[in-house]
Design a protein around this ligand. Structure first.
Ligand code: ME8
Length: 512
C-alpha cells in the first residue's frame, strides 16, 4: 500500500519558523509511522517561489527573485535536515519539472473551455496572494489574516470557471460514500468550508498580467499563472505529472494534504476543482491542524515574535524539539505556544518521566549487574502490559492524526513502568533478593524496548539510542517494522540476558 503525504510548500520570502516546523514535523511523524507499518511512503515538502510576494521581498533586499529563492529554499532544506525530517522529495516551483506540469494543466483547462478572459477589478492582499471580496475584509477594510489594507488592482486576466464546480464539490465533500469523497478534517473546518460553498462560488482569477515572476501561460505568454494555481500543482508535479506515468499512477492521489486553516480554502475548493477540470483523481484527506499564536500574539518577524527551528534544537535537542512542537497543543485545534509551555512539557514528559525511567533502570543494572542484562527468568508481563496500553489506542490516534493523544498514550505507558518500579522497590530487592531484582530489571528493559519502538516516529534518534543502551539486538527500525506489521512481540523479548548495556548519560537534563 502507498501513502502520499504533503506539507504546504512554504513561501521562499523568509526563513522557516516554528509554524512551518509544526506542519513539517507532524507530516514527518506520520510518514515515519506509515513506513513502520509497511506502507510505501512518499513524503513531500518544498518551497513556493513565484508571485508578487517573492518579487517584492527580493526587490526590498536588492536581489533577483531567483537569488532570494535559492537562498531561502536552502534555509528550509537545512532546517528540515536539522529536525531530522525524512522527506522523499523537496520541490521548488522554479524547477523545470514544475513549469512543464503547470503549462500542461493550464493548457488542458483552457482546451476544455474552463478558462476565459475578463476585465477585473478587486482588492488584492499580497500577503495572501489573493483577491478579497469587500464582505470578507475585517471591520477596518483589512485582510483578516494580515491586518493590512489590500491594494485595488484592475487588470484583464484569465479566469477559471470555479462556479461551475459548486455542486460537484459539495457532493464530494459531504457524501462519505462518494467514490471521490474528499475528507476535510477536522469536522468544524469541514463545516466552515461547506457553509461557504453553499453560499455560492465565484469564478477566480487564474493569471496575472502585471506579475512577471511566474510561469507564463502557454496560450498567452504576456500573462503568468496565478501563484496559487502554480503552487497547488506542485503536488502532482512531484509524483511525476505529466511525464512519469508509472510514478504518477503509483502515488497520486494524495492520502493527506496537511496544512493550517489559513490555506484550507485553496486546498479544499480551488485545488479539487482544478483536478476535476483536468479529470484527475482528487485528494483523499485534507487536514487542517490548528493555527497557533506565540505568547498570545500572532507570530511576526517585525515584532521579534518568532521561534526558529535552530532555537528549538539549541534549547531542547532535536528529538525533544520534534516531540514538544507537535504535542504542546491538541492537534487540529488553535492554541498558544510559549517557551514556558515548551519547557514545562519538556521537564514533565521527557526529563521527569521518560529520562528518569531510562536512567534509573540503567543505574540499577550498573550497580547490581555490572552493566550486563542479568541472567533471569523471562517475565514479559510488564512488556505485555505496556503493549496492551499502547497497541490499539496509539495506532488509532496516529492514524487519525491525533498526535497529542498518541503522545499521551506514550506518557501513560512510561508512567506505568515507573509505577511498577515504585511497587517493586528494586533498591530494597538489591539487599534482599538478587534473583528477583534480576527478573525485575530484565522486565523493565523489555518494557523500555517496546516503548522505544512506539517512540520511533516522534523521536527517531532517541529511540535508536535507547535501543542501543538497553542492549537490544538488530536495528530498531527493522524490528519495529516487523512488530507493527505482524503485531507479535518476539518470543524472547528484545534484550537478551548477557547483552551489554550502556550508561545513557543524562538524556534530558532538567531545564530550570
Ligand atoms: O501559505 N500555526 O505558505 P506559508 C500553525 N505558499 N501553522 C503555521 C503557522 C502557525 N502560526 N504559521 C505557518 C503558504 N504555519 C503557501 C502554501 S501550498 C500549495 C502553498 C504553517 O509559508 C501552516 O502549515 O505562508 C500554514 O498553512 C503554512 O505554514 C503557511 O505557509
Amino acid at each position: 500500500m502507498k501513502f502520499y503525504i504533503t506539507t504546504p510548500i512554504y513561501y521562499a520570502n523568509g526563513i522557516p519558523h516554528i509554524g512551518h516546523s509544526y506542519t513539517t514535523i507532524a507530516a514527518d511523524i506520520m510518514a515515519r509511522w506509515k513506513r513502520l507499518n509497511n506502507f510505501d511512503v512518499y513524503f513531500l515538502t518544498g518551497t513556493d517561489e513565484h508571485g508578487s510576494k517573492i518579487a517584492e521581498a527580493a526587490k526590498a533586499k536588492g536581489k533577483k527573485p531567483q537569488e532570494l529563492c535559492d537562498e531561502m529554499s536552502a534555509k528550509f532544506r537545512e532546517a528540515w535536515k536539522l529536525l531530522d525530517i525524512s522527506n522523499d522529495d523537496f520541490i521548488r516551483t522554479t524547477e523545470q519539472r514544475h513549469f512543464i506540469a503547470v503549462e500542461n494543466i493550464v493548457q488542458t483547462l483552457f482546451d476544455k473551455g474552463l478558462i476565459f478572459k475578463k476585465k477585473y477589478e478587486g482588492m488584492y492582499c499580497i500577503g495572501c496572494e489573493r483577491f478579497f471580496a469587500k464582505k470578507d475584509l475585517d471591520e477596518n477594510g483589512c485582510c483578516p489574516f494580515h491586518k493590512t489594507k489590500p491594494i485595488l488592482q484592475s487588470e484583464e486576466n484569465y479566469f477559471f470557471k470555479l462556479s461551475s464546480f459548486q455542486d460537484a464539490l459539495l457532493e464530494r465533500i459531504t457524501d462519505v460514500n462518494h467514490k471521490e469523497h474528499i475528507d476535510i478534517q477536522p469536522e468544524e473546518r469541514r463545516n466552515e468550508i461547506v457553509g461557504k460553498l453553499k453560499l455560492g462560488l465565484e469564478d477566480v482569477s487564474f493569471s496575472r498580467s502585471a506579475i512577471e515572476w511566474g510561469i507564463p501561460l502557454p496560450f498567452d505568454k504576456s500573462q503568468t499563472a496565478y501563484v496559487w494555481v502554480d503552487a497547488l500543482i506542485n503536488y502532482i508535479t512531484a509524483v511525476g505529472y505529466p511525464s512519469d506515468e508509472t510514478k504518477f499512477k503509483k502515488y497520486w492521489s494524495a492520502d493527506i494534504h496537511l496544512m493550517a486553516k489559513d490555506i484550507l480554502w485553496f486546498h479544499s475548493v480551488i485545488w479539487p476543482a482544478v483536478l476535476m477540470g483536468a479529470q484527475l483523481p482528487l485528494p483523499k484527506t485534507i487536514y487542517s491542524h490548528g493555527f497557533f499564536t506565540l505568547n498570545g500574539s500572532k507570530m511576526s518577524k517585525s515584532l521579534g515574535n518568532v521561534i526558529s527551528p535552530q532555537e528549538l534544537v539549541e534549547n531542547y535537542g532535536v528529538d525533544a524539539a520534534r516531540y514538544l512542537t507537535v504535542t504542546l497543543i491538541p492537534f487540529g485545534h488553535d492554541g498558544d505556544i510559549s517557551w514556558q509551555g515548551l519547557t514545562l512539557k519538556y521537564n514533565m514528559d521527557l526529563a521527569n518521566n521518560l529520562g528518569n525511567l531510562i536512567s534509573r533502570t540503567l543505574k540499577m543494572a550498573e550497580k547490581n549487574f555490572n552493566l550486563k542484562i542479568p541472567q533471569a527468568v523471562l517475565n514479559l508481563e510488564l512488556a505485555k502490559n505496556v503493549e496492551r496500553n499502547l497497541k490499539e489506542t496509539f495506532a488509532s490516534n496516529m492514524d487519525n492524526l491525533q498526535l497529542h493523544k498518541a503522545a499521551e498514550n506514550l506518557q501513560d505507558a512510561i508512567t506505568l513502568v515507573n509505577i511498577q518500579i515504585e511497587t517493586d522497590a528494586p533498591w530494597k530487592l538489591a539487599k534482599t533478593d538478587k534473583d528477583k531484582l534480576a527478573v525485575c530489571i530484565y522486565s523493565y528493559l523489555q518494557a523500555i524496548d517496546i516503548i522505544a519502538m512506539y517512540l520511533l516516529s516522534f523521536m527517531p534518534s532517541l529511540a535508536e539510542k535507547i535501543w542501543q543502551i538497553t542492549g537490544a539486538p538488530g536495528n530498531i527500525n527493522d524490528v519495529a517494522k516487523k512488530y507493527f506489521t505482524n503485531g507479535i512481540i518476539p518470543k524472547e523479548g528484545f534484550s537478551v540476558s548477557g547483552a551489554d548495556l550502556q550508561i545513557p548519560g543524562i538524556l534530558f537534563p532538567r531545564i530550570l
